[in-house]
Design a protein around this ligand. Structure first.
Ligand SMILES: *[C@@H]1O[C@H](CO)[C@@H](O)[C@H](O)[C@H]1NC(C)=O
Ligand SMILES: *[C@@H]1O[C@H](CO)[C@@H](O)[C@H](O)[C@H]1NC(C)=O
Ligand SMILES: *[C@@H]1O[C@H](CO)[C@@H](O)[C@H](O)[C@H]1NC(C)=O
Ligand SMILES: *[C@@H]1O[C@H](CO)[C@@H](O)[C@H](O)[C@H]1NC(C)=O
Length: 479
């Protein structure tokens, strides 16, 4: 009985441990686009301008708002004010500016408050005074962006409320003229204090909402723009949008399509993949998970066979190979003719691994040496597990990958017609042969690069690609 108990306890403990390790493990999305506060502010400001926000402010119906707002409750007072207002024949905004937006994150990444300060000058004219009287009006609109979770569990961002608070409103008279005009101005001010926030809410808030929607749709469009590979396509789609600090974070799923537009690979959220780096940029960053980058490279570099006429293209290396083989089997080395061939077959899908220190592609290679171009049987067949050192860089909007070194993890003799030998003795010469044949061949395929225009679309000319643990990261080059 106690033994059974112990087993049960162990089981319970194991479950608890499993849960403890499983629960906090966050899902790692295939890619993540983070749009920082500076990008949001700049883009929203532009959208507000495109939607004519300042024009709308200039057309705020101040006069009718003030006239339609007779002081309630006190008929006598109301009448008095209204009769004052009859002296105002012209009242409108003469200049309007939207000042620098501010973003304020809500605690626990629940939302983002966008503060839009408005600065306006309004003029009014009355026959009582010859000059136009001017008010300086300052107020702030606050729009709240929230994460909305839809029924299917996907998150989106919405502008949930928008208002201009009375507390943020300051109205001051710019010119003081006469006692009579001043007291009339006071009356107008008193009426504007409640009327202006309402007018702003009614006229400007719908525009802010549209501007936000368009900005968000634009960000989405950039994130989802298909990336053409040769051959095939890489597509990103939205998994969820959230707010982290003052940034918008879009988690993306990825699909890889072949040249017939058929999906060949699907990348979803994963618990096993390493978490994407937490990036903290005020601008933007795009992180692509290592397995996605790996599949992209594999799509560009499908398995293939390369025949190298060694003595013609690399005579020095042919000479060196001959002398190495001579040590193994003299008869065989004598047979090596001017038409000797090194056959290189790349096998399986290469695997890319990324870390702070390096990026390397693990590639399996079959290598055979034929004495002449007439031979059908090779001297030997070697299985090589090679590592290609990779380097990522930006060329305009293009991501370019280039291999600049090769080393062997393992080299195995699979078949030999020239007797058994330790293939390690060929490591040095074969490394040189692959460096001079396979690398230029693969680099040639990679040379055109992969067009990724997010940086340009966000208005940054120079992009920087860097490698971190388990991911490839794009950031603007200069802040
Ligand atoms: C989830 O629903 C929203 C609308 O509520 C829709 O826009 C989105 O495409 C849906 N996502 C999925 C994965 O079905
Ligand atoms: C990824 O998700 C999609 C839709 O949610 C599903 O159809 C597909 O099978 C998933 N792929 C993998 C590899 O889990
Ligand atoms: C991001 O960096 C800024 C300034 O470098 C810092 O104030 C802020 O706390 C950082 N945020 C996070 C989430 O690390
Ligand atoms: C040396 O190579 C030749 C083929 O060129 C082969 O016939 C011979 O058996 C090899 N010698 C040994 C000792 O394996």
């Amino acid at each position: 009985m106690p033994q059974k108990m112990a087993i049960l306890w162990t089981f319970a403990l194991l479950c608890a441990l499993l849960e403890a390790t499983l629960v906090p493990a966050t899902l790692s999305p295939p890619a993540e686009l983070v749009l920082g506060p500076e990008v949001i502010k700049e883009k929203l400001t532009q959208e507000l301008e495109d939607h004519g926000a300042t024009t709308i402010l200039q057309q705020l119906p101040l006069l009718s708002a003030v006239r339609n707002k007779p002081a309630r409750g006190f008929p006598l007072l109301g009448g008095l004010v209204n009769s004052f207002l009859n002296y105002v024949i012209w009242l409108k905004v003469t200049s309007a500016n939207i000042l620098q937006l501010q973003l304020q994150p809500l605690t626990d990444d629940q939302g983002l408050l966008i503060k839009i300060p408005l600065d306006m000058v309004a003029g009014f004219n009355t026959p009582l005074v010859k000059t136009i009287m001017e008010f300086h009006m300052e107020t702030e609109v606050q729009a709240l962006v929230l994460v909305e979770t839809s029924l299917n569990g996907s998150n989106n961002l919405i502008l949930s409320s928008c208002a201009s608070s009375r507390g943020s409103l300051h109205i001051s008279l710019l010119n003081k003229v006469s006692f009579l005009a001043n007291s009339l101005a006071d009356k107008v001010t008193n009426l504007l204090v409640p009327a202006l926030p309402q007018m702003v809410k009614k006229k400007l808030c719908p525009v802010i909402e549209e501007a936000f929607k368009d900005m968000y749709a634009d960000f989405l469009k950039m994130a989802k723009a298909p990336i053409s590979l040769s051959p095939g396509l890489l597509n990103f789609d939205l998994l969820s949008s959230t707010i982290t600090g003052s940034s918008i974070q879009m988690d993306l799923q990825a699909t890889l399509l072949d040249s017939q537009a058929k999906v060949t690979k699907w990348f979803n959220d994963s618990v096993v993949a390493p978490a994407l780096p937490t990036l903290n940029s005020t601008l933007f960053s795009l992180a692509i998970r290592q397995d996605v980058v790996s599949a992209v490279v594999a799509a560009i570099l499908p398995p293939e066979e390369l025949l190298v006429l060694l003595d013609f293209v690399l005579p020095d290396l042919a000479h060196e190979l001959k002398s190495r083989i001579k040590v193994i089997n003299k008869t065989a080395s004598d047979k090596l003719g001017p038409t000797q061939i090194v056959k290189i077959v790349t096998r399986k899908l290469p695997q890319l691994s990324l870390s702070q220190d390096d990026a390397k592609l693990a590639q399996r290679i079959l290598l055979e040496v034929f004495a002449t171009n007439k031979d059908v049987r090779p001297f030997f067949t070697l299985g090589i597990e090679a590592n290609l050192a990779a380097q990522f860089y930006a060329e305009g909007d293009w991501l370019v990958l280039n291999f600049n070194d090769i080393s062997f993890d393992r080299i195995r003799l699979m078949i030999s017609d020239i007797g058994l030998f330790n293939p390690e003795v060929l490591t040095s010469i074969l490394t040189k042969i692959l460096y001079s044949s396979l690398l230029p061949n693969e680099n040639g395929k990679l040379r055109p690069g992969i067009p990724i225009s997010i940086s340009k679309n966000l208005g940054y000319k120079t992009a920087l690609w860097s490698v971190t643990q388990g991911a490839l990261v794009l950031t603007p080059a200069s802040a």
